[in-house]
Design a binder for this molecule. Structure first.
Ligand code: TYD
Length: 218
């Protein structure tokens, strides 16, 4: 048996559209928890283990239509299986806090609900690979698409396959995350990610504290 009952750590995932500021907010949360003496493992998807990082390159580089929707989702889930087995679960069993920059909700949002694959297929992959080994809590950073794209616009790297898919798709992704949060309110926490970094960090801390009393001792 695995799953939240079997581990002593805490599994937190962060989700949100491009430019929501996940990376910055994750670092800030990790710093706070480390300052309190917790072991924090920061990781990301697609990626987070050697095998999954190799798959990440296949997924994120190249033309927008490089993969069929199903092939793309299978690659995401192949990477996720490796990530869970090699990085996430060992850390949770040690008692660490694992913070993952994206996890399975991204596949449901990008490929399932906003993409053409459909939610049943993605749900079947989730059941096969993740099952009861999913996050204890998921923080969805929510930001209007235009504001997010402006923030993400400054980035010039090779990993542009998803950013190149356009504003209508990004809007569908935003709505998909909000829908996931409505369906699973016990796990998901939606945090308004617009405005300055400090304001978002304060909102986030308040929301997490309300959900997980005792996580922050100071
Ligand atoms: P990344 O460069 O990590 O962007 P971000 O900072 O926005 O997280 O790229 C990840 C991209 O891959 C992002 O556009 C979302 C997409 N993605 C999916 O489409 N499905 C998935 O299951 C995952 C994990 C990511």
């Amino acid at each position: 048996m695995d799953g939240p009952d079997a581990w002593t750590g805490l599994f937190i995932s962060f989700e949100g559209g491009d430019g929501a500021g996940k990376t910055t907010q994750i670092k800030r949360l990790a710093d706070i928890l480390r300052a309190e003496g917790r072991e924090v493992v920061l990781t990301r998807e697609p990626g987070g283990s050697d095998g999954a990082e190799a798959i990440r390159k296949l997924i994120l580089e190249g033309d927008a239509d490089r993969w069929s929707p199903l092939a793309e989702a299978l690659l995401m889930y192949a990477a996720r299986e490796d990530h869970l087995e090699r990085t996430i679960l060992p850390a949770l069993h040690r008692g660490a806090v694992v913070i993952s920059d994206r996890f399975a909700d991204s596949t449901m949002a990008y490929q399932g609900l906003a993409g053409s694959l459909g939610e049943e297929t993605v749900a079947a992959l989730y059941k096969l690979v993740v099952g009861d080994r999913g996050p204890d809590i998921t923080i969805i950073l929510d930001i209007p698409v235009e504001e997010g794209l402006k923030r993400a616009g400054g980035r010039a790297d090779k990993e542009q396959r998803f950013e190149s898919k356009g504003a209508a798709y990004q809007e569908a992704v935003r709505q998909a995350f909000l829908e996931i949060a409505r369906r699973e309110p016990e796990r998901c926490l939606v945090v308004d990610a617009s405005g300055g970094e400090d304001a978002v960090a304060a909102r986030l801390r308040e929301a997490v504290e309300a959900r997980l009393p005792g996580l922050f001792s100071v």
